[in-house]
Ligand binder design. Structure first.
Ligand code: NOJ
Length: 746
């Protein structure tokens, strides 16, 4: 079933209707009065302990820390625990803490809930491919419901890093390469996680990460150096972070990387000046995992004492796993290297968050076994996950309309991921169950196809050079009308510490495809992966390609529904797919250069900004994605060819469904600022709308922009729009050439 917009809203409403208001223990006190009174009673050791976070041993999300968290809780040394989940376990730890806390200050439990807690939605990059803020908010809302019901108060999401390098494994965790899309989805996620009131029992604290510019790691190698101009930082990388502050995000996480020579975790400019100063962020900042300790190998701290001082002074409030604050901050205070005011400020921010969640009223309010049981894997959550997975499918190629399949065709499903229940939910899948729970492609096919007409064979593994299964799979394929190969990356080839120098389909999968190709039958390639891959050969040789990302718990059902036309794919790429890895970094909103290459018809072929061995263009551009139907754009109209700084420009375009199926199209709006005091990108996304069009239907889609949307950091680093000529483009991908122009005047 496909949700209508209204049904979606209703579902979201029914979810929030579970909200239970907490009763304020001391109704007469404001948060400030309560926390001030509490802090008045706290010793310096008790204050420092609030700044300390340790990991439980439930999930491993970083190197071994060598700390016994149970002992530390018993000593009253801990403010927060990560990686402990479930009502039973968190309740046990909370009790242990309260039994040993003189002032009964509750623990805060944090966890990486990135694309679902139990019910897993598509990986974040897949969710970004929906270009549907409602769908993304819905995913975060469901995640919050399940997380909060399982004793956990805080997710380390959204990850809002702009990513232009598909070698970096963590592109799977973000919203892709574009700042505007990233901003919209970051806001949707914060709202989904935090709801409207953190005191509601079905909300959790969100955490915007990784601050900042982690996605620009040199050569796509995780944790690597970042350097960029302040202009690029502010214009491209920071807006999604700022947008979450404006949306009320409760916490922030620092990143591992250095930026312009200063590690983010010791970066006063980022944390105190920009985040807490300019943006007025009043939540708290946690480091990434042992990031304070890492200031030593970075080479800015001579020892742990020094590292802790740099971090606190820069504006870090909570030390994740590193134990530096716990061990050394008091000493630094005594030696006069940090101030009590700095410790107080950090402590207050953390206590504020605990207060907002209602933990002082009742530290066990998230610890209800019955609610946990009733909440996880609810039918409507699984339906929502299927809906979002369907929306995330991107059709990259569909020669001769091979897709959708029909039930009368004999189809050979092959490939290492065809019956897989492990990889389909992707990496960073929280407590999501894999074997026995996740719907594999095979199971999804059995839900919709004629069982007599389908066969399933693995053929090859993703990573092993084992050719022993190929012959049998080829035999099945020989008897079929169509071959569907389900292939991709192993889930742990994406995510943290999973950079790749080659982004080809790994192992001998391509070799197997070449064998299948010899049968001269139409071949559909379904991809499960967490990053743009290099698919030139596949694009040449396959008849259809469906990018399915890692689509989550109901992912196999979404793939099956898409292959058989129950779902018409409407996803669009949130990241450019290069032709080869040598083109990386490649992104649509690049600069023009002084010697732009105009392609094969350019009269000057040599002294141009180009490669000699590959075209400059990507294989599939940002914003690209096909449908089983076709859309036609016509009648682009501007309300005027001139705007000033006080009025707005209305842009309208007619979009018609000219094919044979009902479908949805993401209508995209780009602008180009033709001349600036500094150079401007060749195109910039400024709006998008996902519209449903019945077969034969035509709709007028409207956008509105003002001079505010045309602002950038000019030659003086002022954030302003400059009068002059602009072009406006509308279409179904960033490659659109449907355009008009206008002038901005004073
Ligand atoms: C390290 C990762 O970089 C971060 O994203 C995550 O939230 C923390 N570990 C906690 O697991």
């Amino acid at each position: 079933m496909k949700y209508t917009k209204t049904a979606l809203l209703l579902l979201a409403f029914s979810l929030t209707a579970y909200a239970q208001k907490g009763k304020n223990a001391k109704k007469t006190q404001t948060r400030e009065e309560f926390v001030t009174e509490l802090m008045g009673k706290m010793t310096i050791d008790e204050k420092i302990s609030q700044l300390v976070q340790f990991t439980a041993d439930g999930t491993v999300t970083g190197p071994k820390a060598g700390v016994n968290y149970i002992d530390e809780i018993k000593k009253g040394n801990v403010g927060s625990i990560l990686n402990a989940t479930g009502v039973k376990y968190t309740r046990e730890l909370q009790k242990m803490n309260l039994d040993n806390s003189r002032l009964k200050i509750p623990l805060l439990f944090g966890y990486d809930v990135i694309h679902g807690y139990k019910t897993i939605f598509p990986i974040s990059l897949g969710e970004a491919a929906t270009w549907d803020t409602d769908a993304v908010a819905l995913s975060a809302r469901v995640a919050a419901e399940e997380t909060a019901a399982s004793g956990v108060h805080w997710t380390f999401a959204p990850m809002v890093d702009i990513t232009r390098d598909p070698r970096w494994g963590r592109v799977s965790e973000g919203s892709g390469e574009d700042t505007y899309l990233g901003v919209q989805l970051a806001i949707a996620r914060v709202k989904g996680f935090q709801g409207t009131n953190l005191n509601d029992l079905n909300t959790i604290l969100a955490c915007t990460k990784h601050f900042a510019a982690y996605g620009a790691a040199e050569a796509g190698r995780d944790y690597n150096t970042v350097d960029m101009s302040e202009r690029v930082l502010r214009e491209t990388y920071l807006p999604p972070f700022q947008a979450t502050v404006d949306a009320g995000v409760a916490t922030f996480m620092t990143s591992f990387n250095e930026i312009a020579g200063v590690p983010a975790t010791a970066n006063k400019f980022l944390l105190r000046d920009v985040l807490k100063g300019e943006w007025g962020f009043d939540g708290f900042v946690v480091t990434d995992y042992t990031a304070i300790n890492e200031l030593i190998p970075h080479g800015v701290a001579k020892d742990s004492v020094h590292a802790g001082e740099l971090a606190l002074k820069a504006g870090v409030d909570m030390d994740m796993v590193g134990a530096v604050y716990l061990k050394f901050l008091k000493k630094s205070l005594q030696e006069g290297n940090v101030t009590e005011a700095q410790i107080n400020d950090a402590c207050r921010r953390i206590l504020n968050a605990k207060y907002d969640l209602g933990l002082f009223e009742d530290p066990y309010r998230y610890s209800d076994d019955k609610r946990e049981k009733q909440t996880i894997y609810k039918k409507e959550y699984l339906d929502a996950a299927l809906h979002v997975a369907n929306e995330s499918m991107v059709l990259l190629k569909n020669e001769n309309s091979v897709l959708p399949l029909n039930k009368n065709q004999k189809v050979a499903f092959v490939g290492p991921l065809v019956s897989d229940e492990w990889n389909i939910i992707g990496s960073w899948a929280a407590t999501g169950d894999r074997y026995g729970y996740a719907t594999s492609v095979e199971e999804g096919i059995m839900e919709v196809a004629n069982k007599k007409n389908v066969s399933f064979d693995k053929g090859v593994e993703i990573l092993k050079d084992d050719r022993s299964m190929i012959a049998k799979a080829v035999e099945s394929a020989r008897n079929a009308d169509v071959i569907v190969a389900v292939m991709g990356e192993f889930e742990n080839m994406t995510g943290e510490a999973a950079s790749r120098s080659s982004i080809d389909l790994p192992g001998i999968q391509k070799e197997f495809l070449a064998e299948l190709k010899k049968l001269n039958k139409p071949i559909v390639l379904v991809l499960l992966n967490g990053r743009p891959l290099t698919l030139e050969w596949e694009n040449e040789n396959m008849d259809a390609i469906l990018e399915a990302w890692y689509p989550g718990t109901r992912g196999g059902a979404a793939i099956a529904q898409t292959l058989y036309g129950i779902n018409n794919p409407s996803g669009k790429l949130p990241m450019t797919f290069p032709r080869n890895v040598g083109q990386v970094p490649i992104y649509y909103n690049h600069k023009n250069t002084g010697r732009p290459y105009l392609g094969p018809t350019d009269p000057e072929q040599k002294y141009k900004s180009r490669y000699t061995d590959v075209d400059n263009s990507p294989l599939y551009p940002f914003g690209y994605g096909l449908s089983y139907t076709t859309f036609d754009y016509s009648n682009l109209k501007l309300s005027s060819n001139q705007i000033n700084f006080n009025n707005t420009l209305k842009i309208s375009v007619e979009v018609s469904n000219t094919g044979n199926y009902d479908g949805e199209e993401v209508v995209q709006l780009y602008i180009k600022d033709k001349v600036g005091t500094v150079t401007r990108p060749v195109k910039e996304l400024k709006g998008f709308k996902k519209v449903a069009l019945k077969k034969g239907e035509k709709k007028t889609v409207e956008f509105e922009i003002s001079s505010n949307d045309l602002r950038f950091y000019n030659i003086d680093m002022d954030f302003v729009a400059e009068p002059g000529d602009f072009e406006v483009f509308v279409g179904g991908s960033s490659a659109t050439e449907t355009k008009d122009k206008f002038v901005l005047v004073r």
